[in-house]
Design a protein around this ligand. Structure first.
Ligand code: HCB
Length: 217
């Protein structure tokens, strides 16, 4: 799986995902231990100049192909759970990286959250408008570039301006983002990966409705 991402081989990535599902491998295991390590290595090779933009794009396409197979399997899990909360999710303005954000959305859905994914390159005002429309509990903002991280602050400002900040918890993430950055911009939390994002979202819901069942055992 890792190699199919490095090779940008969408067909192989798809076939392996189908085989994993047929063999009863956990889709989360396949993503976290199979495909994601491939994406991480792609990033490292790109940074060293050993891979170029078209290669990175082919790798992203292969990741998307694998997710097309694994996504519905993960989402099936969410249907068996009570609704945990409403999340508005997106990648910030100027940034088109979508894989991590989509994975966060899939795992939240699989954990019973109702997720509205705004997609990529999303302005703060759009996050705020959707949060108001859906009466969202949580807004999740992804940023993968050091240049677009600052737009996460813009989302918080837009929520503030819309008078929603006290009702909505803000969770930030993405490769260059850190807990320290989250604190600096006044976010409510930082999640380093999709699993932590689910834990954090549950924690937020617990804070909002202390008597609610968090799903934690
Ligand atoms: Co892109 N890119 N890229 N890229 N890209 C990065 C991010 C670099 C780090 C690569 C490098 O140099 N080492 C780098 C950024 C450097 C920097 O700013 N410091 C970079 C660059 C420079 C660029 C371009 C500028 C390249 C160019 O054009 N010259 C360009 C920017 C375009 C733009 O956005 N305006 C660009 C383009 C691309 C694509 C299109 C080729 C492709 C994206 C395709 C797509 O998403 N459809 C791409 C990719 C794939 C990457 C890497 C290789 C992988 C990103 C990824 O999908 N990771 C990435 C290298 C890297 O990140 N190390 C590289 C896998 C996912 C699962 O991890 O971190 O995204 P994740 O998400 C995690 C986690 O962060 C957290 O949970 C997720 C799931 O576990 N999380 C959240 C994420 N969001 C969250 C939100 C929450 O609320 C909570 C948790």
């Amino acid at each position: 799986m890792r190699q199919s991402i490095l090779d940008g081989a969408s067909d192989t990535a798809t076939t392996l995902a189908q085989q994993a599902v047929a063999a009863g491998v956990s889709p989360l295991d396949a993503i976290n231990n199979g495909y994601v390590p491939g994406m991480q290595e792609v990033g490292e090779q790109f940074a060293k100049g050993q891979m170029f933009l078209p290669d990175m794009m082919a790798s992203a396409e292969a990741m998307r192909a694998a997710m097309t197979v694994l996504d519905p399997e993960l989402k099936k899990l969410g249907k068996e759970r009570p609704m945990s909360g409403v999340v508005v999710l997106g990648t910030t303005k100027g940034d088109i990286h979508e894989i991590g954000k989509t994975l966060v959305g899939t795992l939240l859905t699989a954990s019973g959250f109702r997720v509205h994914d705004l997609g990529v390159d999303v302005a703060g005002e759009k996050f705020a408008a959707k949060a108001r429309e859906l009466n969202a509990d949580i807004v999740g903002v992804s940023a993968l570039l050091t240049t677009t991280m600052r737009n996460q602050r813009g989302v918080i400002e837009a929520l503030d301006k819309a008078g929603l900040r006290s009702q909505v918890k803000v969770m930030v993430g993405g490769a260059p983002v850190s807990r320290r950055w989250a604190e600096e911009i006044g976010a409510d939390g930082y999640a380093k990966d999709a699993m932590s994002a689910v834990d954090l979202a549950r924690e937020f819901m617990q804070q909002k409705t202390p008597n609610a069942v968090t799903g934690r055992t």
